[in-house]
Write a protein that binds this ligand. Sequence first.
Ligand SMILES: NC(=O)c1ccc[n+]([C@@H]2O[C@H](COP(=O)([O-])OP(=O)(O)OC[C@H]3O[C@@H](n4cnc5c(N)ncnc54)[C@H](O)[C@@H]3O)[C@@H](O)[C@H]2O)c1
Length: 438
Amino acid sequence: MEKKTVEIKDAKGILGILLPGMGAVATTMVAGVIASRKGLGQPFGSLTQMGTIRLGKRTEKRTPKIKDFVPLAELDQIVFGGWDIFEDNMYQAAMKAGVLEKNLLNQIRPEMEKIKPMKAVFDQKYVKRLTGPNVKTGKNKMDLADQLRKDIQDFKKNNGCDRLVMVWCGSTEIFIKPSDVHNTVDSLEKGMRENDPNIPSSMIYAYAAIMEGVPYANGAPNLSADIPALMQLAQDKNVPICGKDFKTGQTLMKTILAPGFKARLLGVNGWYSTNILGNRDGEVLDDPESFKTKEESKLSVLEHILQPELYPDLYGNISHVVRINYYPPRGDNKEGWDNIDIFGWLGYPMQIKVNFLCRDSILAAPIVLDLAIFLDLASRVGFKGIQEWLSFYWKSPQHASSVYPEHDLFIQLMKMKNTLRWMKGEDLITHLGLDYYD
Ligand SMILES: NC(=O)c1ccc[n+]([C@@H]2O[C@H](COP(=O)([O-])OP(=O)(O)OC[C@H]3O[C@@H](n4cnc5c(N)ncnc54)[C@H](O)[C@@H]3O)[C@@H](O)[C@H]2O)c1
């Protein structure tokens, strides 16, 4: 590819990170940023904070930190805002979420208490297990979008922000299939004025963000911005968008293991995944309609990595089952079990069991931070529409309709780092070394 240097606007000034949904994931991320600033902890898991990037040939020994290579917003340039259907400030919400220790939260209490949720756009039709008092009313969905746009403008002004990004950290909504109302900007706007039931709350936030020129990332599997109308609007308004569904826990493990099996041409005929989870997300997912949205997102991963159409004998007949069970005693500390039935030489069977005792929000927090920081970079580079180079962070990466999504974590990482190299006019790394060929 042609070597090119794009103009990257610098990252000076204040970046506002707007979070629809101030629950376990959002509060863990915000608390982590504040704690890191105060030296109370380190942002492990975050590429923008700790990752490096190799440049040029291995002999050149140039491996700067990503944050020293491309201009990124620094942690102390960030302010936070958000919406929730509950009135709790970030400190109270983090205490209730129970992810981080009280001792840590008490050390950052004043900063966390200052972050109070704006009134949410919410309709229980889309999240059956939730109800709360901090909710906007309006004459139709367009009116609600206008109220969100006003919130965004006010937040920007009141906090002296130079730029904003929005990352959806709200609940998983019921499964909604793309339909005619989602096809064009006109049909979507008409649908919003007529309160079309196929327009859930998360779509209204995405619309408001894009209209305000605010990059939008969708941390849940909700349809949200993954519709032709909003992809078009993002192009028209020069806004980068990406989604869906943070890649944490069991799916992260799947996208680490499956590429390994395929690399060694080991067959797979069964993958059974089950989880117990006791936080509010688990409770929401206990509703079959919200679970259906999550299930679709989790199931698609293996098919795209293993490519059964290319390897029918190895992967043409996989039984892939995913279960999530709500089990309150575990809180945010999810436990996942995978039973993987694989086969090798001459079809001889083997089994692998994975028992991952993870912490959902601890895995999700650095993803939220990186997405916010990288989307801001994308915006300053002039990228617009779907950001496939950020597929690394997603269970169901949003993609152009002409291509399949890339799920393999290692290809995703290479794509992301090559995109960063491309931005700065560095050689893309192909891993081709022909020293042994004269
Ligand atoms: N933690 C993970 O590993 C992980 C991974 C992938 C995706 N996710 C998704 O991220 C989202 C957040 O997860 P969580 O564990 O923080 O859940 P949570 O239930 O603790 O927080 C979600 C918050 O969103 C609020 N909310 C719901 N609808 C809203 C609306 N329309 N407007 C404003 N606020 C709204 C809820 O009141 C709640 O406080 C969920 O959709 C979850 O499925 C989480």
